[in-house]
Design a protein around this ligand. Sequence first.
Ligand SMILES: [Fe+2]
Ligand SMILES: [Fe+2]
Length: 402
Amino acid sequence: MATEMALLKPISKFSSGTPVFSNSRYGKFTAVRMSSTSQPTTKTAGKKAAKTAIKETLLTPRFYTTDFDEMEALFNTEINKNLNQSEFEALLQEFKTDYNQTHFVRNKEFKEAADKIDGPLRQIFVEFLERSCTAEFSGFLLYKELGRRLKKTNPVVAEIFSLMSRDEARHAGFLNKGLSDFNLALDLGFLTKARKYTFFKPKFIFYATYLSEKIGYWRYITIYRHLKQNPEYQCYPIFKYFENWCQDENRHGDFFSALLKAQPQFLNDWKAKLWSRFFCLSVYVTMYLNDCQRTAFYEGIGLDTKEFDMHVIIETNRTTARIFPAVLDVENPEFKRRLDKMVEINEQLLAVGETEDIPLVKNLKRIPLIAALASELLATYLMPPVESGSVDFAEFEPRLVY
Ligand SMILES: [Fe+2]
Ligand SMILES: [Fe+2]
């Protein structure tokens, strides 16, 4: 938590009633400037950044980079005959329509609501905004770069990436504006430079990003529906925006689904099955462990954290099964039992970190816990999987087979 908190600084101004971003794809640059201008003390930020790098954990939202040359080869229509350009053209029209162009407009309810949130919930709310903003911004950076790098090879796919980065910039900006209600701002410009980037080969980017878009969709829509039914928990207006917002994430996920279909080698062999299960496991476990450390947030909006997470995992897994060749059997009670066991071990690990012991003793105490966590992860990974929607490429016409 302190990780990203270190990047937050108090600001004094608050504006409302205007769209957070212009409708041009360049809106994203506003995001970066907006935060850096509100934080002139670069020197302090630099010092705090050092702390950030040290405190970063496996569960912190990450920034990604990839092999862009390989990406270019994958999207070269002369090399890859599976690329269904008419499908991408149709998707591009969808993105150009820009359904949410005028959706992200704030009003004075935001600040008023934020002022009423106090005590531990206030802190946890800030953390929610900050983590979500970082995750959205991470998507923005990756898509923006892909849009730039694929321009020559495949202009249609490149433009879709640029338009997706437009969406993610809006999302990140809207969340960052939310932080201003709490008199804080995330310095996105600084974050771009200071954060470590995790390298993933293109095929791993596809699996991981598909999953994160779809899980994002299910998280947002579940919170939205819950608060619609239980308006007494509607303590901050950002959730009212989730219905249209999650449609952006859904479209992003569908685009990755089309990309995966165009790369049959990532879907149709035993390795693809193993990797699919691996990415499902890491995405689900990360979310579950993260959320179980923040139950106060979910309880604050009237949700049972574990129930909420399981619902999101099951729905995401069902959606994913349409495209991934294998998924985890998340509906088997053993899966949840193992997740809960991992939560227990993770809590013990966190408790070790909080003791007064010297680092060596802490590390010694951590060894058996990490071993236990690893063995739980392995056992969950090895649970009999669900064979799922492989794609039939016989006629070069992607078709789902169940
Ligand atoms: Fe987003
Ligand atoms: Fe997205």
